[in-house]
Design a protein around this ligand. Structure first.
Ligand code: COA
Length: 163
């Protein structure tokens, strides 16, 4: 049974992430979507991991072979614990290449785990979680970028903070 692990911060999850999960679920028997912390983005984090877990579980509930969970610590340790045979990541354009290569190589050096890359769907390649956070801050309409449940959650959260 081929088990793959797709990790990210998903803060917030976008249509780009959901598209990737759907496509990745077709190239393995079991896909683990793991919500982690990127130390470089910790300060700007918007949702906590538990909030993202609830949202991603809802969006993937109809995909039989997808499991969503949170993790802490090193990704490769978690991948081993879950017995994943490979990692999945996405690239939107060559701009992602250097960062992704560094992570893939480091993860390979640490554990021998290979990373398989899927190209982001062209419709979503300009979307990033930080773009959504910025648009949210300016109260833009997010309907083209994230599911309604994410947009609702973003605005509930921002409204709480501005009270
Ligand atoms: N559609 C939409 N957006 C996409 C995308 C797609 N198909 N593919 C990538 N992105 C965007 C994300 O929205 C995100 O945007 P942002 O930078 O504005 O937040 C960015 O590309 C990549 O983020 P994400 O996929 O969420 O991953 P990440 O790089 O923030 O997370 C971890 C990386 C959590 C997997 C990594 O930090 C990790 O493994 N941490 C654990 C500790 C560890 O092992 N560290 C060593 C790693 S070598």
């Amino acid at each position: 049974m081929m088990k793959a692990l797709f990790a990210g911060t998903f803060d917030p999850p976008t249509f780009g992430h959901i598209d990737l999960i759907q496509r990745a679920s077709k190239i393995c028997d079991h896909l683990i979507v793991a919500i982690g912390v990127n130390m470089a983005k910790k300060e700007q984090s918007f949702f906590d991991k538990e909030e993202i877990l609830i949202l991603l579980k809802e969006f993937t509930s109809k995909i039989q072979n997808v499991e969503v969970c949170t993790f802490s610590g090193l990704l490769v340790d978690f991948a081993k614990k879950k017995q994943a045979q490979f990692l999945i990541r996405s690239m939107r354009s060559t701009a992602d290449l250097e960062y992704e290569m560094q992570m893939a190589r480091a993860n390979h050096q640490l554990s021998g785990l290979e990373t398989i890359f899927l190209m982001a769907n062209a419709h979503f390649e300009y979307i990033s979680s930080s773009l959504i956070r910025e648009l949210g801050f300016y109260r833009a309409n997010l309907a083209k970028f994230v599911p309604p449940a994410v947009e609702k959650h973003i605005y509930e959260k921002l409204n709480q903070h501005s009270r």
